[in-house]
Design a protein around this ligand. Structure first.
Ligand SMILES: Nc1ncnc2c1ncn2[C@@H]1O[C@H](COP(=O)(O)OP(=O)(O)O)[C@@H](O)[C@H]1O
Ligand SMILES: Nc1ccn([C@H]2C[C@H](O)[C@@H](COP(=O)(O)OP(=O)(O)O)O2)c(=O)n1
Length: 220
């Protein structure tokens, strides 16, 4: 019997991918892979290196030589690069504002995509994977494929609420609107690809979104 259950969730920044994916993984006892955390950890390594953004070849080599370790427990996801835990550091606004430089280098996408597929296989394809190109590139053959969207105003408000006192309005808008624009030059996460279910979370609670995704799991 094939009991794989691979759930792919894509969407723009602040649409609720991480919260939803973690909730679905917990409910269905699946592992959880936050692919964005790897792009963010690669950005941490690059920013530390001091290489200019124009040095794409050297940045690609740096990422190729880096070792990423992703903790896939949905209750406590972690990310380390070259043996250093950067779980908290990857959320710094300075990383969020620069990460698209990494994410728009196609050679880097190819390297990490291969690593994501290895992680999926290492979990016998019982995993929820979230990002921007999971339904289209990383795992287009997933059992459940969802594009999770929400109005930009809702996404900005959510991110501001999350950052609380740390929130700088201009920076939050930049991280949502400008970053999505940059990221969408390399991934298609604004309209659902064929076979992908669109879920709009603008007026749904987190529990309702989790219910909507769980309801898509094929019964066998
Ligand atoms: N359906 C929802 N309704 C209200 N707030 C939500 C919902 N889903 C997520 N959030 C909140 O919005 C913020 C961004 O969610 P997150 O899961 O980090 O989004 P993403 O991974 O897509 O960037 C978090 O603070 C989260 O708690
Ligand atoms: N599969 C993926 C995952 C993330 N990315 C890019 C897009 C973002 O700029 C960064 C960080 O992604 P992340 O999902 O952590 O971003 P948000 O939390 O949604 O704001 O990586 C990507 O290009 N492809």
């Amino acid at each position: 019997m094939n009991d794989s259950l691979l759930i792919a969730i894509d969407g723009p920044s602040g649409s609720g991918k991480s919260s939803t994916s973690r909730g679905v993984a917990e409910r269905l006892h699946l592992a959880y892979l936050d692919t964005g955390s790897v792009y963010r950890a690669a950005a941490v390594a690059w920013l530390e290196s001091g290489l200019p953004a124009s040095e794409t070849q050297a940045i690609t080599e740096l990422v190729a030589e880096s070792v990423f370790e992703v903790g896939t427990d949905p209750t406590a996801p972690t990310i380390a690069v070259n043996g250093r835990d950067v779980t908290d550091e990857i959320r710094d606004p300075g990383v969020a504002s620069q990460v698209s430089t990494i994410a728009t280098i196609q050679a880097i996408r190819d390297i990490v995509t291969e690593q994501f597929r290895q992680t999926i296989d290492a979990h016998d394809r019982r995993i929820v994977v979230e990002g921007r190109d999971i339904t289209t590139v990383v795992a287009p053959d997933a059992d459940v494929r969802v594009l999770l969207v929400a109005d930009p105003t809702a996404r900005i408000a959510r991110r501001q609420a999350e950052l609380g006192a740390r929130a700088d309005s201009d920076a939050v808008v930049d991280q949502i609107v400008r970053r999505d624009r940059d990221d969408s030059t390399v991934s298609q996460f604004e309209t659902p690809a064929e076979g992908v279910t669109l879920v709009d979370s603008t007026h749904l609670s987190l529990d309702e979104v989790i219910d909507a995704v769980v309801a898509l799991v094929p019964q066998r």
